[in-house]
Design a binder for this molecule. Structure first.
Ligand code: URA
Length: 243
């Protein structure tokens, strides 16, 4: 960080939250409050056609994809225990795509990814990159349904949900993808490598560069690793500049 850079109060708070100490020369006025925005809810239309006659997921637009996800019963346990599906949120043409694991209790209740405590930290991570939810960022999960008791997604569930994520990625067309945590990174990159081996490596999803970092929930438990996450985000920002 260049100490000559003028930092807003909000940015300093965000960096402090990320475990980064910054020498500040002069303060500017506060920046406006962030205005997290959710996608407008889309009418849930029951799928009337037999599964075999449905258009394939790769051909669906945003509204049809969301309806398909809302009606999904591929994972019997998840479909019968969820309050609602959690599709994803953000700008449909975002440069940045952040991918988490699966909705938790709060996300299941509200229908939006990363709205619990981990979500607050994710918002701070975004703010450290001068990004804001809904503004040039899309946020999605490997699973669109909450695993009961917040257990890890099972491989068969990740596989069943994969087509939805692939289509979201196609539709967004991000320039950089950030995978949040081991489960997201392993599922996205189709690997068994541990997070320690994936962090800092060069990865691609199809043509798009993927940066692997810690999951915000892990960082809440292990704040000492926030500085390493910040380094990952800086790498992502450098990639974004290069792409
Ligand atoms: N953790 C995730 O991985 N995704 C969410 O949406 C919330 C918590």
């Amino acid at each position: 960080m260049n100490p000559g850079v003028f930092l807003t109060q909000r940015k300093r708070e965000v960096l402090r939250e990320m475990g980064i100490t910054v020498w500040v020369r002069r303060e500017r006025g506060p920046i406006p409050e962030t205005n997290p925005h959710s996608e407008a809810p889309v009418a849930i239309s029951a799928e009337c056609l037999p599964a075999a006659d449905l258009p394939s997921v790769e051909t669906l637009g945003w509204d049809e994809l969301r309806s398909r996800v809302d009606a999904c019963t591929r994972c019997e346990e998840l479909a019968s225990t969820r309050t609602q599906t959690v599709f994803g949120v953000g700008a449909h043409d975002a440069d940045w795509l952040f991918i988490g694991e699966a909705p938790g209790a709060e996300e299941d209740r509200r229908g939006e990814p990363f709205v619990g405590r981990a979500g607050q930290l994710l918002d701070n991570m975004l703010a450290a990159l001068d990004l804001h939810r809904g503004d040039n960022v899309y946020i999605a999960n490997i699973l669109k349904c909450r695993p009961p008791g917040n257990r890890n997604p099972r491989p068969d569930e990740a596989a069943a949900c994969r087509g939805y994520l692939d289509r979201q990625i196609d539709l967004v067309g991000p320039r950089v993808i950030v995978a949040l945590g081991r489960v997201a990174a392993q599922a996205l990159l189709d690997t068994d490598l541990p997070l320690g081996r994936l962090r800092g490596g060069e990865h691609r999803y199809r043509e798009t560069p993927v940066v692997v970092t810690y999951h915000p929930a892990y960082l809440l438990r292990t704040p000492g690793d926030k500085a390493k996450a910040w380094q990952d985000l800086r790498n992502a920002r450098a990639l974004m500049r290069d792409v």
